[in-house]
Design a protein around this ligand. Structure first.
Ligand code: NDP
Length: 339
């Protein structure tokens, strides 16, 4: 019987995860089909109940359900428990286990962004949703000493900080109100900036004005695209990276959880690049900025492998696809976003 794996989100149309995971199943001869389930929050519980049947290997969970799904599963792994967010489900009999492979994906992405530099200790995070929880937990685990979180709705950032109270007891984790002057002051003191908001998903918008970006930041945008933020940051002289590495590695970890087999990373990276080249939107959307405006992503100068951008600044960690020898997407509309 062909097994089923689903992506539950809202929206999920034309998912990049679909292309990546189906290519991996096919490569390893696993009889499984990856399906996209667009389910608004009100239908989430019923969708999760359906997954308990034998035909399902498991699922991915994406925007906006990563936190809502937590009380719907029977068991959480340590990382899902620690973050309070779930992006992958597996089945144990008719019971469901919630995992968070975004944490692993973020770690690989952060390591790549930092390159050969010493791991920094100060970070600013924008956003407080499911993705931000994986980021903040990853930074705590990495040994960061000060992490400041800004979110449109301050109470949500405060809730997240409270959630991490115990795991962050040894360091300074703070929620601050979203005021440009406060963000600017924090950016002047920090080394790493992570955008974990969905700003840039539906339009060519940046969460921050270009003028407040200092030149020597390491900037990671979880969106799988050359967002305005990344273009502005690269132009300011920052090292930048998009969400591709995180997407690939969270997906690879999920694949292994469902199948018990090592993920064919090269195949998955190539499938992502191809989907991107054909303008496939991610489950979480795709910014609508004109490709003509966009600065090509390159490798981090800090890794010693970099290529200069148009602006001459160092920018962008290499994509896993290009790192593994598959062509980087370059076609029209080839700028989708994450998972
Ligand atoms: P959530 O829906 O859980 O959170 C969305 C976040 O974006 C919240 O902090 C929200 O703020 C903020 N936000 C949304 N719209 C606006 C706006 N107009 N102005 C200010 N803030 C806004 O989503 P996720 O955390 O799951 O995902 C967030 C982003 O991260 C998505 O774009 C997703 O693509 C990306 N992502 C990428 C991954 C990858 O593998 N590359 C993995 C995980 C996420 P508020 O709380 O105030 O509403």
């Amino acid at each position: 019987m062909t097994k089923r794996v689903v992506l539950i989100g809202h929206p999920v149309a034309h998912s990049l995860s679909g292309a990546m995971q189906q290519a991996a199943f096919d490569e390893l001869g696993i009889e499984a089909r990856y399906e996209l389930w667009d389910r608004p929050p009100i239908e989430l519980a019923d969708a999760v109940t359906e997954l308990r049947e034998d035909e399902f290997l498991g699922a991915n969970v994406t925007i906006p359900h990563k936190e809502r799904v937590v009380p719907l599963v029977d068991r959480l792994t340590d990382e899902a428990h620690a973050t309070g967010a779930v992006n992958t489900l597996t089945r144990e009999g008719h019971k469901l286990v919630g995992h968070n492979t975004d944490v692993e994906g973020f770690k690989v992405a952060l390591d790549k962004l930092v390159g050969r530099q010493k791991m920094p200790r100060l970070a600013v995070v924008l956003g407080s949703g499911g993705g931000a929880r994986a980021v903040v937990y990853g930074l705590i685990r990495e040994g960061f000493q000060r992490v400041v979180v800004f979110n449109r709705h301050l109470h949500r950032a405060e809730g997240m900080v409270k959630h991490f109270n115990r795991s962050a007891a040894h360091m300074e984790l703070r929620a601050m109100p979203w005021h440009e002057s406060i963000i600017e002051a924090e950016l002047a003191k920090t080394k790493v900036l992570v955008n974990a908001t969905s700003i840039g998903l539906d339009g060519d918008e940046s969460p921050l004005p270009a003028e407040i970006l200092p030149p020597d930041l390491l900037v990671l945008d979880l969106l799988y695209a050359r967002t305005r933020l990344l273009r502005d940051a690269a132009a300011a002289g920052c090292t930048v990276s998009d969400g591709e590495t995180m997407l690939l590695h969270q997906g690879a970890a999920a694949f292994t959880l469902w199948t018990g087999q090592p993920a064919p990373l090269e195949t998955m990276g190539a499938a992502l690049a191809e989907a991107r080249a054909h303008g496939v939107r991610s489950a979480e959307g795709e910014p609508t900025g004109s490709p003509a405006d966009e600065v090509p992503m390159a490798e981090t100068a800090s890794s010693g492998e970099g290529t200069p951008s148009k602006s001459g600044s160092s920018e962008a960690a290499p994509s896993e696809a290009s790192a593994s020898g598959t062509p980087a997407a370059g076609g029209a509309g080839a700028e989708p976003s994450s998972s």
